[in-house]
Each structure stands twice: as structure tokens, then as C-alpha cells.
Write a protein that binds this ligand. Structure first.
Ligand code: ADP
Length: 233
């Protein structure tokens, strides 16, 4: 049985960081809609060109394009044990769509960690964020510095600041989040899938809390570390 986790939370709260940690210690694949778009931009595809025009303004890329991209990625063989979705779904239409897509693969959304932090923290994190070109590893110029300035610890690639990580675009992204994504909190709470996690803590503590809560909801033979991870808080 495959496991499907949806990470919910505002921009900059640490979804990508946590998803990468979780994916590294389980058989789950991290799928970030934002990273998939950025890959398309880097490869100068038609989708990339179109997506960039929305992303630079802090708006959502149209649903049909986003949904097609995610469906395509989930259909890959490497996702057969399950995935951690980061950045998708981001509105109710996408939430309905993901249920349908996962049902086709014999699965469903199993757990929805909802990571939160105050807006001032989000802005501070996003404006100091540096991202790795090759695989999207995430750093912060004060809180999580790479060992060598400007170079990713994991793959040696260059670190850069995302075009949409500016103060103006961040304000818009938070607005879009409050307007379009927040309704998903109640949607998943009603389904009994929501796990609330305080994102205003050190990365390691957020991971601990996340695993502790996930373990209560999911027992899965494929996600061994979730089953056996230390659960002391
Ligand atoms: P963050 O969560 O920090 O805002 P992401 O990398 O997840 O950053 O997303 C960056 C941008 O990519 C968004 O502002 C939006 O334009 C686009 N995007 C990402 N995911 C989606 C989605 N599910 N639907 C529509 N647009 C998306």
C-alpha cells in the first residue's frame, strides 16, 4: 500500500525542508510543485515560460497546467511506495483533483501535516533563503548556512535567491495563501487527516514533532522510519 502525505502551510514555513528530510529517510518521494515549475523554467519549456509569468507575480499557476504536471509526476514508477506532496494541492479544486488522481492509483491522502508560523517569521525566512540550483536544497543566510558560502553541502551546486523571494512578492504569496489555500485546513480537518505542527521552532524539533504526530496516524510497512522513529518529544 502506498502512502500519500500532503504538506500544508504558508510559503516559507519549512515544508520543503521537512519534505526533504522525510523523503531521505523513507521510501516516499518528495514532489514539490514549485520545484517542478522551476525545473521547467530552467529547461526553458513552454510550461516553464508560462508558469514564470504567474510565479514572478506571486500568483498561482492555472489549475489545468499544475494538475497535469502533478498527475504526470505521480504516475512515475518511483512513486509506487507513496509521495510527500509539497505545494500541492493549493486550492479546493486541486484538493478534489488529487483525491481522484490518488484513487486511480489505489490510494488516498493519508495525512496532512499543517505547519504554521507567524507572518513575521515567514518573511524573515523567505527573504534570507538561498536555494540550490541542482536539487532545491534550502539554506538561510543566518539560520541555516551552508558549510561553504554559496555552495550546496549536498551536491556542490550553486546557491541562488529565487526570483519570487522578494519582499513584495512574498506579501502577495501570503495573501494568495490566506485566500485560496487556507480553506484546505478545514477540508482536511473534517476528514480527520490534519496534523498541526508548530513551524516556529528549530528544524530538528519540527521534524521530531512531525514524526511523532505522523506515527499516530500512519502505520505503514513502506515507511519504516515513520513506524520506528524515536517518538519522544
Ligand atoms: P512557496 O511555498 O514558498 O510559495 P513554491 O516553490 O511552493 O513556494 O511555489 C512557488 C510558486 O509556484 C507559487 O507562488 C506559484 O506561483 C507556483 N505554484 C506552486 N505550486 C502551485 C500550485 N499547486 N498551484 C498553482 N501554482 C503553484
Amino acid at each position: 500500500m502506498a502512502i500519500f502525505i500532503v504538506l500544508l502551510g504558508p510559503p516559507g514555513v519549512g515544508k520543503g525542508t521537512q519534505a526533504k528530510i522525510l523523503a531521505a529517510s523513507t521510501k516516499l518521494v518528495h514532489i514539490s510543485s514549485g520545484e517542478l515549475f522551476r525545473e521547467n523554467i530552467k529547461n526553458q519549456t513552454e510550461l516553464g515560460k508560462l508558469a514564470k509569468s504567474y510565479m514572478d507575480k506571486g500568483e498561482l499557476v492555472p489549475d489545468d497546467l499544475t494538475i497535469a504536471m502533478i498527475r504526470d509526476r505521480i504516475a512515475h514508477e518511483d512513486c509506487k511506495n507513496g509521495v510527500i506532496l509539497d505545494g500541492f494541492p493549493r486550492n479546493p479544486i486541486q484538493a478534489d483533483e488529487i483525491e481522484e488522481t490518488l484513487a486511480e492509483f489505489g490510494g488516498q491522502v493519508d495525512a496532512v501535516p499543517y505547519i504554521t508560523a507567524a507572518e513575521s517569521i515567514l518573511i524573515e525566512r523567505i527573504c534570507g533563503r538561498w536555494t540550490c540550483r541542482a536539487q532545491g536544497h534550502i539554506y538561510h543566510q543566518e539560520f541555516n548556512m551552508p558549510k561553504r558560502a554559496g555552495i550546496c553541502d549536498y551536491d556542490g551546486s550553486e546557491l541562488y535567491q529565487r526570483d519570487d523571494d522578494t519582499a513584495e512578492t512574498v506579501a502577495k504569496r501570503i495573501h494568495v495563501y490566506l485566500d485560496q489555500t487556507i480553506p484546505l485546513v478545514e477540508y482536511y480537518r473534517k476528514k480527520g487527516k490534519l496534523i498541526e505542527v508548530n513551524g516556529a521552532q528549530a528544524v530538528e524539533q519540527v521534524t521530531k514533532d512531525l514524526l511523532y504526530e505522523l506515527k499516530k496516524l500512519i502505520i505503514c510497512e513502506y515507511a519504516e522510519p515513520i513506524k520506528t522513529a524515536s517518538v519522544e518529544k
